[in-house]
Design a protein. Structure first.
Length: 189
């Protein structure tokens, strides 16, 4: 088959292709080239579940709707939509709504379990509890923190080490390491 014939056949596919197949192709493109995010949602015990869910929804909406699709992907969406702007928008909306629904549902299901655990019988031994929700290329860490109030979104980062210790184990380790370094230096002098 010549290149011209193959191109003509290739151009005939989108109008004849069922929408469900277009959705599958769109999802594949989106998962490969779509936006990614990584955030921590710090939740206090006084936070309302609906506030938490709404913040998760807003976060994913902001990430997905502000994302600018690369030109090469735009061309693929145009090909799939066969020049129909309505179909193109429907394909994009399908993927965006699918991601939003998964993040919101995961948050709705996991939050009550986490809060119940930290408030429950063994909660006195737990000050923070985290669960990571992964959907596509998005990570949302749900961090239940007894010392926090309300709910807020944070950029992920390393947590600082607590300044209080339970017995000076850090000081003892420093003394031992210093002693070993001095001993090693004296023996090899």
């Amino acid at each position: 088959m010549s290149g011209t014939v193959a191109e003509r056949l290739f151009n005939l596919l989108p109008p004849r292709m069922p929408l469900s197949e277009k959705y599958k192709l769109t999802e594949g493109l989106w998962h490969h080239f779509g936006p990614s995010s990584k955030r921590v949602m710090r939740v206090g015990l006084d936070a309302d579940l609906e506030q938490v869910i709404e913040l998760a929804r807003r976060h994913i909406d902001e990430v997905v709707t502000q994302y600018r699709i690369p030109e090469q992907i735009e061309r693929r969406f145009n090909w799939l939509a066969a020049g129909d702007v309505g179909v193109k928008q429907e394909l994009l909306n399908h993927v965006r709504s699918m991601e939003r629904a998964m993040v919101v549902e995961a948050t709705r299901v996991q939050m009550p379990v986490l809060v119940e655990h930290i408030k429950g019988q063994h909660g006195g031994q737990t000050s923070r509890l985290a669960q990571v929700v992964k959907v596509g290329k998005h990570e949302l860490e749900l961090l239940i923190d007894k010392n926090a109030s309300g709910v807020r979104m944070e950029a992920p980062g390393y947590r600082s080490i607590s300044t209080t210790t339970n017995g000076g184990g850090g000081k003892l380790s420093l003394i031992i390491i210093t002693g070993l370094v001095v001993l090693f230096w004296l023996l090899h002098k």
